[in-house]
Design a protein around this ligand. Structure first.
Ligand code: FES
Ligand SMILES: [Fe+2]
Length: 379
């Protein structure tokens, strides 16, 4: 089962992709803030031009944490000897008067804002923008942040939840016999799973549900770089069997923080209609999606809190999961991946939950479990 390059469920392998750091509002103009993710410590600062920049946290001079430095215009100055760095990581000033050594530079990161959140790409230039729903490109949207979830399993393990159809029956008691369709894009970065079912009509309640939603139900989950999941529900639904429903949409951003600690940030997305009445309808749909998700989330949470994932006995019904593992293992790794051969499943320290890694709980670091405020964001 082990692939040559094992990325799935491997804390040492960090694919290129967009990782969510925290709410945009947490970094005000003229301030700097540290984040810990994927075993890295990063600083993000907002210059006087309101733009964000991201750098490795430790000063290339003697390693002082730049988070205790200060923002100077659109650059940052180290607290210790006041070296100044621009957003590209180059040293632009050494106050003691000596010439700037060629090695006085640090790693910079592409940092962007979308849906009211700050995202980081584990290198200086991202291959593409933060993922979104293609059909909403150029459309004004509402984005509403759900509560951040922390999990002790690896985020790629958490992602199988979106494509495990069996647990809808066993965990959530939803009597749907779903069929799976998988589509991988040629870029090797994106995989989409679509689950479809006929709605049952065996009991009076099922007949009511079928009368309201129509005969079909489908949902799809689209994973990009194994860091972002784009979920569409209420697909194929026709209200009272006639009027096609607009799907409800959620984005899940998965961030490995440190070995044994991951974070999932849900964001509810909806078109932002012009008319007041439609706007209220859009908001009620968001609220409904949020309520439905809360119910499912608590049931799923029990599983991912203490899972030791080993895909040793997968069934035909788990084909989507096997396909997903294969997709993850072929992703391109970033500079945040440790060198050397990845450790196998179950090796000490690889999937051990609850491991305390220094730096994660440092005061001032974006705290897991913080509820990000609801935000209005352009698409
Ligand atoms: S350690 Fe940063 S300037 Fe000396
Ligand atoms: Fe679930």
């Amino acid at each position: 089962m082990l692939a040559l390059q094992q990325v799935f469920n491997n804390w040492d392998a960090v694919p290129l992709g967009w990782y969510l750091l925290g709410p945009s509002a947490a970094v005000r103009p003229g301030t700097v803030r540290p984040y810990v993710l994927c075993g890295q410590r990063i600083v993000v600062f907002r210059g006087e031009d309101a733009r964000l920049r991201g750098l490795d946290a430790f000063c290339p001079h003697m390693g002082t944490d730049l988070a205790i430095g200060r923002v100077d215009g659109n650059q940052i100055r180290c607290f210790f000897h006041h070296w100044r760095f621009d957003g590209a990581g180059a040293c632009t000033d050494i106050p003691c008067g000596e010439p700037i050594p060629a090695r006085a530079r640090t790693q910079s990161y592409d940092v962007r804002e979308k849906y009211g959140f700050i995202w980081i790409w584990p290198d200086s230039h991202a291959l593409s923008d933060v993922p979104g729903f293609p059909e909403l490109d150029g459309v004004e949207v509402y984005a509403m942040a759900g509560r951040t979830m922390t999990r002790s399993c690896h985020p790629t393990v958490n992602m199988i939840n979106g494509l495990d159809a069996q647990h809808l029956r066993t965990v959530h008691r939803i009597p749907l016999q779903m069929t799976l369709k998988t589509q991988e894009e040629a870029d090797g970065r994106t995989i989409e799973f679509r689950m479809e079912a006929d709605l049952p009509s065996a009991t009076p309640l099922q007949r009511i549900v079928r009368a309201v939603l129509g005969p079909r139900y489908a949902y799809s989950m689209r994973y990009v770089d194994a860091t972002v999941g784009l979920l569409r529900t209420l697909e194929d639904v026709r209200w009272f069997g006639r009027w096609p429903a607009e799907p409800t949409r959620m984005i899940f951003a998965y961030t490995p923080l440190a070995v044994g600690k991951g974070k999932v940030q849900p964001v509810y997305i909806a078109r932002r209609p012009r008319r007041l009445l439609s706007r209220m309808a859009a908001w009620s749909r968001l609220a409904l999606t949020a309520a439905g998700f809360l119910w499912l989330r608590d049931e799923d949470g029990k599983i991912y809190e203490n899972i030791r994932f080993r895909p040793n006995a997968l069934l035909n019904a788990d084909a989507g999961i096997a396909r997903f593992i294969h997709y993850v293992n072929r992703l391109t790794l970033s500079r945040w991946s440790s060198r050397g051969r990845p450790a196998p499943y179950g090796a000490p320290g690889v999937d051990a939950p609850g491991v305390d890694t220094p730096g994660v709980d440092t005061p001032g670091v974006d705290a897991p479990g913080v509820d990000a405020p609801g935000v209005d964001a352009p698409a």
